[in-house]
Design a protein around this ligand. Structure first.
Ligand SMILES: CC(C)(COP(=O)(O)OP(=O)(O)OC[C@H]1O[C@@H](n2cnc3c(N)ncnc32)[C@H](O)[C@@H]1OP(=O)(O)O)[C@@H](O)C(=O)NCCC(=O)NCCS
Length: 162
């Protein structure tokens, strides 16, 4: 696989990350979850997030995460993506392990994340990384919390000890 280079994201990276989302999620722009990644994440959460580029400077992957301001023992992974041609090569696993180490150093003892009930790929990935999946109602064949993020916005939660 091509050599990869890891660094903190900068505000100027916001545009190309947002532009990558429909391609990487394989969704039309109007349906892609770009709204989950407003510019503020590239202003206020850069010291705990990671951006990956290949040798030519092309965007290869990113992880947006942070330490909870209200629950300092908890780290939170908000968003992760890997370029399609690099998927299933352990890039996201490596990003998560880098994030876990960074958060352990800051004193966190658990890491949380969420996804939608239909995102089976995310559920398989988090399961493979040792996360416990939770929900209280069967939605689309998996347990999810109904209306977790608002009416109709059901979510599966993940947690893992650090
Ligand atoms: C989900 C995603 C981040 C995984 O990234 P990745 O770099 O391909 O994942 P890894 O190679 O580190 O996979 C680690 C393990 O997770 C599991 N896994 C990853 N992708 C999977 C898939 N598509 N289906 C089933 N299991 C999967 C496997 O157990 C894998 O280990 P293995 O390859 O040795 O079997 C990537 O597919 C992606 O960016 N998808 C589009 C965006 C998206 O849905 N993001 C939200 C996910 S939280």
């Amino acid at each position: 696989m091509t050599p990869l280079h890891y660094r903190r994201p900068e505000e100027s990276d916001h545009r190309r990350v947002v532009e990558a989302i429909p391609l990487w999620w394989k969704m039309p722009p109007e349906a892609a979850p770009t709204g989950l990644l407003p510019r503020l994440f590239f202003q206020h959460f850069t010291d705990t997030s990671i951006l990956v580029e290949d040798d030519s400077g092309q965007l290869a992957a990113f992880l947006i995460g942070f330490r909870s301001a209200s629950r300092p023992e908890t780290a939170y992974i908000h968003f992760v993506g890997v370029a399609p041609e690099l998927q299933r090569h352990g890039v996201a696993r490596d990003l998560y392990e880098r994030f876990f180490a960074m958060m352990r150093d800051r004193g966190c003892t658990r890491v949380d994340a969420i996804t939608g009930p239909i995102n089976r790929r995310s559920q398989s990935f988090h399961g493979a990384l040792g996360f416990t999946q939770a929900g209280d109602t069967e939605v689309d064949g998996v347990l999810a919390y109904l209306d977790y993020d608002g009416p109709g916005q059901h979510r599966v939660t993940f947690t893992r000890a650090l």
